[in-house]
Design a protein around this ligand. Structure first.
Ligand code: AMP
Length: 284
């Protein structure tokens, strides 16, 4: 068990800590999270620790990226367990700002997200990426790290953030790490804790439908619509409550592919009970 990380809540203090690490010639890695940490988050921590001398994990449930009807109020919090998990992984610094620190009274500036934010999650959750890009840019300003680590689990988010960093000349390098899954294929998510055993079984059909899409593309299926139908059938047959989308897209632009080609990315979003889950699969 490592030492407990230093817990910082003030923006000025975290920026100073990063500046003094830089002054000592150290490379700094940033891992932004909303807490309720699991092995997916911790894989990003491991990647940062492997590449950087100092790792800063941020824990902030960002109200701006939730739609009014979504689960912001119920989003899981587990600060003590999170700090213990981060201590065990050798994290130096945790930045857990208050809502007022990030959105003080009078805050009214937001990022207009890039085009890649429009389809998929952007179509289902209209203000989501405006909130994500705004908070991520603010975190990049408060924690001026050398590298920032994101998960492929949120594939569209990783594309949107890469684009924003390039478009706005943000001096931070983005690293995207593979999705961590349970042995049976379920992608780890903080929201999985809402699933009861029966719902969890139904939720497995998301990753199953993605694996089927990959297999169909590899076997030469030429018709994207047939692939999307097959994906929908896997989830419907398993009793998923609502499918928000199934998609087969270009990995860079996220434009739908009428005819499959490689590389491509298959994505799904679906609801099981009250829980909305997303997953994706890179088809190389
Ligand atoms: P969140 O706390 O859900 O905002 O996620 C924080 C970061 O962890 C994001 O970059 C996510 O893409 C990443 N992440 C979440 N789940 C996983 C997973 N199963 N595997 C890898 N990265 C993940």
């Amino acid at each position: 068990m490592g030492n407990r990380p230093r817990l910082v809540t003030s923006g000025i203090e975290i920026r100073r800590a990063v500046q003094s690490a830089h002054a000592a010639g150290k490379k700094v890695g940033l891992v932004p999270t909303m807490g309720a940490l699991h092995e997916g988050h911790l894989s990003l921590v491991d990647a940062s620790r492997a590449q950087c001398d100092v790792t800063v994990v941020t824990i902030f449930v960002n109200p701006a990226q939730f739609e009014p009807t979504e689960d912001f109020e119920e989003y899981p919090h587990s600060m003590e367990a999170d700090l213990a998990a981060l201590a065990a992984r050798g994290v130096d610094l945790v930045f857990a700002p208050t809502r007022e620190e990030i959105y003080p009274p009078g805050h009214s500036t937001y990022i207009e997200p890039p085009q890649a934010a429009e389809p998929l999650e952007g179509a289902c959750r209209p203000g989501h990426f405006r909130g994500v890009t705004t908070v991520v840019l603010k975190l990049f300003n408060l924690v001026p790290a050398d590298f920032a680590f994101f998960g492929q689990k949120d594939y569209q988010q990783s594309v949107v953030i890469r684009r924003m960093v390039e478009d706005l000349n943000v001096p931070i390098r983005i690293r995207v790490c593979p999705t961590v899954r349970e042995p049976d294929g379920l992608a780890l998510s903080s929201r999985n804790r809402y699933l009861n055993p029966e719902q969890r079984k139904r939720a497995l059909s998301l990753s199953r439908s993605l694996k089927l899409a990959a297999k169909l593309v590899e076997h030469g299926e030429q018709d994207a619509a047939a692939i999307l139908d097959a994906m929908r059938n896997v989830m419907t047959d398993a009793g998923v409550d609502e499918i928000d989308y199934v998609a087969l897209v270009d990995p860079e632009t996220l434009a739908s592919l009428p005819a499959p080609r490689r590389p491509a990315v298959a994505l799904v979003a679906a609801r099981v009970g009250q829980t909305r889950l997303i997953d994706n699969w890179q088809i190389e």
